[in-house]
Design a protein around this ligand. Structure first.
Ligand code: SAM
Length: 316
């Protein structure tokens, strides 16, 4: 199979599929609790449409990983069908990113349908800070969901976006929550996306500050970064690992291998790009190659340059 590569040798091996743009949280970085953003709740793209598009992309790209995201993927009604469908396509790694609010009761079904790994977005373990970040009460539902997923044998990782003045006091509690369960955790620098496009810096809590905070409790050493990884990793003297996704401080575009597909049948080669490339009505292989090339040409050379699209739409 001929591989599509850009001049930096980058490929598309990971596909992120945004199943819907609706979410049950209103996080500061996505919607800031604005209910109008979640207005189109009812209509959802059928699983058969996603599976057809993913099959076409896989036939051409020989994907290694598929990650379902959104919006909130646990709100997608045909989730079991879509997971079972991609399992049959033979994509080796099937993953999902979720806020885990509904995970407690859904975890066994996800495992049964073929899901292997979950990234849970958790920005606070304290109830008040959780509300400040997500405009939603009951962090205990999320924490319970995480424990259910671990109990089911799903691989669970935590992702925590740290916003200055809002949840930077949660770095150590989040770290301890992850260490107690022996699950990986990564802290994320905020990206200038959506309504934060021109004010992302207002909330910036950089890698250096995150490390300073962790150093008040732990000793750690930096680890080598794996190819295509989004995070830098450190190991504490107790042998526990944590990561930081330093979009701003240490951009990692050079070896990005990600392609995104949204619920309208558009692909995006880069988070910095607002221009969707539609594959909705594409049938011929040559035309799909051309569309993939267009998406490949969107890739930034060095760093994320900001986007007016919220991750809610393009898929986090
Ligand atoms: N609802 C799911 C969830 O919460 O995991 C999946 C979609 S959500 C858009 C995925 C994740 O993208 C968020 O939880 C957050 O970690 C990340 N995200 C969204 N906007 C971001 C921003 N402006 N900067 C950094 N991370 C962001």
């Amino acid at each position: 199979m001929m591989e599509l590569r850009d001049t930096y040798g980058r490929t598309f091996k990971t596909l992120r599929v945004s199943l819907l743009t609706t979410c049950n949280l209103g996080c500061v970085y996505c919607t800031m609790g604005d209910p109008t953003i979640n207005a189109d709740k009812k209509a959802q793209t059928p699983a058969t449409v996603f599976l057809d598009q993913v099959a076409k992309l896989h036939a051409q790209l020989n994907l290694q990983t598929i990650r379902f995201t959104g919006g909130e993927p646990l709100l997608y009604r045909e989730l079991p069908a879509v997971l079972e469908g991609v399992s049959k396509l033979g994509i080796p790694e099937i993953k999902m990113t979720t806020n885990a609010f509904l995970l407690d009761r859904m975890a066994p079904m996800l495992k049964e349908a073929g899901l292997q790994s979950l990234n849970v977005s958790l920005d606070a373990v304290d109830e008040e800070v959780f509300y400040l970040m997500s405009k939603r009460e009951k962090v205990e539902k999320v924490l319970k969901g995480i424990d259910s997923a671990i109990a089911c044998g799903l691989e669970v990782k935590l992702n925590s976006v740290i916003l200055k003045g809002l949840n930077d006091n949660q770095i150590l509690p989040l770290l301890d929550f992850a260490f107690q369960r022996d699950i990986p955790i990564r802290f994320l620098e905020v990206m200038a996306m959506g309504h934060l496009h021109n004010q992302g810096m207002k909330y910036m809590f950089p890698q250096e500050k995150i490390l300073e905070t962790i150093a008040t409790k732990y000793n750690f050493t930096r680890q080598l970064r794996a190819p295509s990884a989004t995070a830098n990793y450190w190991r504490t003297s107790e042998g526990k690992m944590f990561g930081i996704v330093a979009n701003e401080s240490e951009p990692f575009c050079q070896d990005c291998n990600r392609l995104r597909l949204d619920a309208q049948g558009n692909i995006y080669g880069c988070l910095s790009n607002n221009n969707p490339v539609s594959i909705k009505n594409v049938v011929a292989r040559e035309e799909l190659t051309q569309k993939l090339q267009e998406a490949m040409d969107q890739k930034q050379k060095v760093r994320f340059t900001g986007s007016e699209l919220s991750m809610l739409h393009i898929g986090g």
